[in-house]
Write a protein that binds this ligand. Structure first.
Ligand code: AMP
Length: 215
């Protein structure tokens, strides 16, 4: 099964991708996570992407298309995957279609997480992840069961993203409406686009997604 989780920054794509990964055995492929790793290890891609990411702008299509094209060929993707943060432009969506044809697979669903812009800054400003296993948390919404200890791996170190600040979030939202929202009609025309209420609780959104995936 191949799924795209679609929505602006802070919509909850990463949180839901982690839930689907555990429940359905599909692999989460987050281009944001891959790019952050590339930046941290100073790879060629990482060096090219870093300034754009810091500024809250989109990284060039050729970089992210190259990263995803290489990644989906790997063996662990053979049971299916969840694309989180890709595609973000119409050119990326078109390139993905070509890749899927080459792999002999097809897209099952594009799930649009609908959210109010006003809620996004608060969601983004409060979020953090476990440094060990990348499990996502939030200062007020989704805290670890034991304070300071990751529910998943027991880790005690957490990190916050450098681009999760009010100023950069505004820029990222602008990029979303200018470059990413135009991808929605592309998938609507293909008949694969479905919506969930991204303002509902994490559990409710997961339940809505489960219904879509079971259909
Ligand atoms: P994310 O973790 O999905 O919020 O992505 C963080 C940053 O990585 C974005 O603000 C972009 O700079 C970059 N990025 C992630 N995915 C893409 C993509 N598909 N196309 C272009 N840039 C991306």
């Amino acid at each position: 099964m191949i799924i795209i989780l679609f929505g602006p920054p802070g919509a909850g794509k990463g949180t839901q991708a982690q839930i689907i990964e555990k429940k359905n055995g599909l692999l989460q492929l987050s281009t944001g996570d891959m790019l952050r790793k590339a930046v941290a290890s100073g790879t060629h891609y990482g060096k090219r992407a870093e300034d754009k990411m810091t500024a809250g702008e989109l990284v060039s299509d050729d970089i992210v298309i190259g990263i995803i094209a290489d990644r989906i060929k790997e063996k662990d993707c053979s049971n299916g995957f969840i694309l989180d943060g890709f595609p973000r432009t119409v050119a990326q969506a078109e390139a993905l279609d070509v890749m899927l044809v080459e792999e002999g697979v097809s897209l099952d669903a594009v799930i649009q997480m609908e959210v109010d812009d006003a809620a996004l800054v608060g969601r983004i400003a409060g979020r953090y992840t476990c440094a060990g296993c990348n499990q996502g948390y939030h200062d007020t919404d989704v805290k670890p069961k034991t304070e300071g200890v990751c529910d998943c791996c027991g880790g005690t170190e957490f990190k916050r993203r450098a681009d999760d600040n009010a100023e950069t979030v505004g820029k990222r939202l602008k990029e979303y409406y200018a470059q990413t929202a135009p991808v929605l009609p592309y998938y609507a025309e293909k008949g694969v686009l479905q919506q969930v209420d991204g303002m509902a609780s994490v559990e409710e959104v997961a339940a809505q997604i489960a219904v879509i995936l079971a259909a």
